[in-house]
Every structure is written in C-alpha cells, then in structure tokens.
Design a protein around this ligand. Structure first.
Ligand code: PMP
Length: 399
C-alpha cells in the first residue's frame, strides 16, 4: 500500500468541529441545544452585496481572473485599509486568497522552510498550530494565561524573538479570547519588534471591525512605520461583513511577499471567482452600517456574558473587548463531579455541560489553554441568557 505523506498525519481534525458535530447529533435526536461553539457571524451581508453578485452573474465572463485579485477589489481593499489607518500602500502590496485561512497557509509556505521557527501566543486560533505542523515548521507557543488577561507582554516577545524565529504571528482582536491590544500595548510590542529585523511579522486582524469600548484598532506599523518592510496585515470579509462562506481574504504587506503569495496563487487557486469578487468589492466599498450595528450588538452581548460568568463563584473571565468570544477560566470545576461524573479537565467540563445542559462550548485546550473554555456569543440574543443560566446551574450543581 502506498503511504500518505507525513504532513497529513500532522494535521489534526478541528476540536471545534468535534463539539459542533456532537451538538448537531444531540439536536437531531430531539435535545434542546444552545450552541456557543462555532465562531460564525449571525448576520448576512447587506442587499448591495447580493445585488452586486447578481449583476456580476448576468455578465460573468467565465474566465480565469487575476492571481493577485481583480484591480477593482484591490482598490476597494486599499480604501478599506486606509480607513483603518494604513497609509502608503498600493496594488503591488496586496494579494488575495480563498479566505484568511488560505492566505495564512500561503504566507507560511512563502516564509517558512522546514524546521524554521514560528512563534505565536497561546491562546491561539487552532489553525495556527496546524499550519505550522503542515509546513513542517517548529511552533514556539508563548503561553499567556488568564492572569495576564491572555495578552502577550513585551518581555515574553523579547525572549521569543531572541531565538530569531522566522515568523511572529499575531492576532488582534483575538479568537478565542476576545482580547484587544490598546494603542500603548501595541506600541510597546512594536518597540521590541524593531530590534529583531530577521523576523517576519504577520498580523491576523480579521476581527478589526469588532472592537468595543472605544479602544480602536491598532497595528504595529501605526506605531513603528519602519516595520512595514517585513509586516503583513491579513484581513477577510468573513467576520466583518457576515460572509464566511464567500471565502475572500486579503493581505497588505511588502511587495516581495505580495508577489510570493500571488505566485503561489497561480499554482494553487488561480483566482477568486468574478461573482465573489464583485460581492467583496460591494462589501468593502458599500455602506458600513451593518458591521457598525453588529459591533454595537456584540458589545451589549459581551456585557451579558461577562456579567453572568462573573457571578459564578470561582470562574474568572478576563473582560473581552472585541470579536464575539469570551474565554472564562473554568478550572474551579476540575476535580469536582457533576451528576456523579468526575471532571478532570476542560474537555470533561465541556462534554458534561453539553450532555447535562445542552450547551455547547469549546474546550480551551483546542486553543492551547486548558484552564478555559470558549464561548462564542453569536447565537440569537433570545438564547443567550437561557444558555448562560444553564452554565450557571451546571457550576452550582458541582460537588
Ligand atoms: N483568523 C482568525 C483569528 C479566525 O478566527 C478565522 C476564522 N475563524 C480566520 C483567520 C479564517 O477566516 P476566513 O474565514 O477568512 O478563512
């Protein structure tokens, strides 16, 4: 029998999908399930996006498109990133992918040789580790626990960069914690980054439109423009515009990187379809009222979630300030029992919570932090409080 390549063995099925699948099965069996597990936005893009897609369909050329992304999309993205605070970028700094996920794979392929080191903070988005594993890079995971609000400190970054990793991958706002770095925190990390010129910097900031409490979105290049030569900003239409299934991600970075990603595209995907491109142009350049309203709604839901979790004795929830996740430390439950079943760890807690109360959350170990679990609060508002009440009850029943 021929053997599959080693990289397949290194890729693990997503723990988020495992929980989501179990929740689906219970639902199909007639159980009343509230899902806090999947991180997809609960809204659709505006009518203008559908109109643009329909219009494009009516005169679709059916041809292959640009490996870099159509000029109209690149221009719309340039305006979008200018509004975020990036200045001086042109089309040559950009490239495209089938969602931010594929963009991140392309960047890993473009930057990392086998055995090279990539560092990133934990809790991390699950795919980061898988990308490193698949391309054969060594991941140096920088543990940032609940006691430091899940945020990377300049001292931790300094220690990691002293090892001269090839890539530093950063995520702000964070999935799974919802943490957002302030202008000052970003500036302090940028001060460290400038000292280590041999490391590429990738900022995966696809939740940049979902920042609460007036903190704003900040990037290292805003603080230290000299980082521009080796920093790549990653964005996507998935979360901002409620378009996760449309699969459009983009980068802005040095020309050499944009070119490398475009070359990889020419071999991997060729191009993003015309209809999807038209929809993405409409999303970036059309009215921004939906993302703005959603940001407000998520901030309100965040308050409901955090208040409920804070009221549970022993549960600690650093206050998220962006995205749509909360990441409470639930270790108070470890070593206790629920309905006579002993809970050793985060996986046991999430399994028992789903079984006993019908609430699906994702164990923190999927994100490199076994003390916690992730609550994604994109569910309908009417389900939020009942779901939180069930979690509260679950913890009250521990013996
Ligand atoms: N980065 C982070 C931090 C994410 O949470 C996600 C999606 N869950 C992605 C990237 C991938 O997004 P896309 O849908 O654009 O592939």
């Amino acid at each position: 029998m021929p053997q599959l390549a080693q990289r397949v063995g290194r890729a693990k099925p997503s723990a988020i999908m495992v929980i989501a699948e179990k929740a689906k099965q219970l639902k199909a069996a007639g159980r009343d399930i509230i899902s806090f597990s999947i991180g997809v936005p609960n809204f659709l893009p505006g009518d203008h996006v559908y109109q643009a897609a329909r219009e494009a369909l009516s005169h679709d050329s059916g041809q292959y498109g640009s490996n870099r992304g159509a000029d109209a999309l690149l221009d719309a993205f340039l305006k979008h990133i200018e509004a975020l605070g990036f200045s001086g970028y042109g089309r040559a700094n950009l490239s495209i992918g089938i969602g931010a996920k594929q963009v991140l794979y392309n960047l890993a392929e473009a930057m990392l040789n086998e055995g090279d080191e990539i560092c990133f903070a934990a809790p991390y988005w699950t795919t980061y580790h898988d990308i490193a594993d698949i391309v054969g890079a060594k991941a140096n995971v920088l543990h940032c626990g609940p006691s430091q609000n899940y945020k990377l400190t300049p001292a931790q970054l300094e220690t990691a960069l002293a090892r001269k990793p090839k890539v530093f991958l950063f995520n702000n706002p964070s999935n799974p914690t919802g943490m957002v770095y302030t202008r000052e925190e970003i500036a302090a990390l940028a001060d460290v980054l400038v000292k280590y010129p041999d490391t590429w910097i990738v900022t995966d900031d696809i939740y940049n439109s979902m920042v609460f409490d007036g903190i704003g979105y900040h990037n290292f290049v805003f603080a230290r423009p000299e980082l521009r030569d080796r920093l790549v900003f990653v964005d996507s239409v998935s979360k901002t515009y409620g378009m996760p299934g449309w699969r459009v991600g983009l980068i802005a970075g040095p020309e050499s990187v944009a070119k490398a990603v475009t070359t990889l595209n020419s071999n991997h995907i060729t191009s993003v379809p015309e209809v999807i491109t038209a929809a993405a142009v409409a999303a970036f350049s059309g009215p921004q009222d939906i993302p703005q309203a959603k940001c407000k709604e998520f901030a309100e839901k965040r308050d409901i979630v955090v208040n409920a979790l804070k009221a549970i004795p022993g549960v600690v929830c650093p206050r998220p300030q962006g995205a749509f996740y909360a990441f409470p430390d639930i270790s108070v439950a470890f070593g206790k029992s629920h309905n006579g079943k002993r809970l050793e760890n985060d996986v046991d807690v999430c399994a028992a919570l789903l079984e006993a109360k019908g609430v699906a959350c994702v164990p923190g170990s999927a994100f490199g932090e076994p003390l916690a679990m992730r609550i994604s609060y994109t569910c309908p508002t009417a389900q939020l409080q009942p779901g939180l009440d069930r979690i509260t009850q679950f913890f009250a029943e521990l013996t």
